[in-house]
Design a protein around this ligand. Structure first.
Ligand SMILES: Nc1nc2c(ncn2[C@@H]2O[C@H](COP(=O)(O)OP(=O)(O)OP(=O)(O)O)[C@@H](O)[C@H]2O)c(=O)[nH]1
Ligand SMILES: [Zn+2]
Length: 289
């Protein structure tokens, strides 16, 4: 039909979405059908149903899809992003396993990855830096900043990307967004008014334009990051520092936990792989062992 138009999903709030149309007009949408698989960052075909309102008819193919999953369901975080920015902080202390799980999900989707260590104005920066050292050694980029003082050091990293910002609650993600996008608070309030209308849906994500080529998606703080969708091979490859040793264990199906002549464990014993990172791998890839 002729009233079908292409839009960019800039806010996801439960089953309610805001789509930005090419002229800048914002349309409030719901997906057709019960199952809501639309994500912030999706390009969609929308059909108007009333003034400023529409139905999402279809989702365009995605270049990436960041999501978490358990055995029963998956939770979409953002679509079509090119970069994952994981925010951790000097305090409260961050969860190593959660960080690692975020990184694995991003890598599986071939995203560029940046770790931001926030609250570097606080005295315990040395401990957090030490906790992150194995990630730097594994090849991850780590940017230190204090969002409450100056978030600008992050800007060059965001240029030309659609970045998704994830992090445990309390790491300062909102502070960072508000510093980078002064109108974010007002936009969030407005979106909540339109989409929530008293339903108190807590899951929401929001896309902000930094410039014509750089966009930032903010999503709720995560406490759990299930990786049910990643198989063993994806998990072991997801530890970049393991890669030189993969395929060199005595057994082709080595789990790098107890087998004799395991090249990965040997590398850890020789100090070439950080022992904590190997432990994290075992925790994630071989739960219950
Ligand atoms: N000292 C210091 N405190 C900061 C900095 N950035 C954020 N904070 C504080 O850390 C606390 C948490 O910050 P938020 O921005 O609310 O954290 P969040 O990650 O968005 O947390 P949720 O909203 O729960 O997801 C607030 O009290 C901030 O003022 C920083 O650079 N330095
Ligand atoms: Zn092995």
């Amino acid at each position: 039909m002729s009233d079908q138009r292409r839009g960019l999903v800039i806010a996801a709030h439960g089953r309610h979405y805001l789509a930005e149309l090419p002229g800048g007009e914002i349309m409030e949408c719901v997906p057709r059908g019960k199952k809501s698989e639309v994500a912030c960052g999706d390009t969609v075909e929308v059909a108007a149903t009333g003034s400023g309102q529409g139905v999402i008819e279809s989702i365009s193919p995605r270049s990436s899809l960041l999501y978490r999953s358990d055995a029963y369901k998956q939770k979409i975080i953002a679509a079509n992003v090119t970069q994952l920015v994981v925010v951790v902080a000097t305090e409260p202390s961050f969860n190593d396993e959660l960080l690692t799980r975020c990184l694995l999900a991003g890598q599986e989707q071939n995203l560029d990855i940046l770790i931001v260590l926030n609250k570097c104005d606080l005295p315990n920066v040395a401990a957090a830096r030490a906790q992150l050292a194995p990630y730097g050694a594994a090849g991850y980029r780590v940017l230190e900043l204090a969002a409450r003082q100056d978030a600008a050091p992050l800007l060059p990293y965001l240029h030309g990307h659609t970045s998704v910002l994830v992090g445990q609650s309390g790491m300062g993600k909102s502070t960072l967004i508000n510093a980078l996008i002064p109108e974010a608070k007002a936009a969030t309030r407005e979106i909540s008014t339109v989409l929530d209308s008293g339903k108190h849906t807590t899951t929401h994500a929001q896309l902000y334009h930094l410039d014509a080529h750089s966009h930032l998606i903010d999503c709720p703080g995560v406490q759990l990051f299930g990786l049910h969708h990643l198989d063993f091979a994806a998990l072991e490859k997801g530890f970049p520092e393991f890669r030189p040793y993969l395929g060199h264990c005595r057994f082709a199906n080595c789990s790098h936990s107890h087998e004799p002549d395991c090249a990965v464990r040997k590398a850890a014993e020789a100090g070439k792989i950080d022992a904590r990172r190997l432990k994290l791998f075992q925790q994630i890839a071989l739960p219950g062992q």
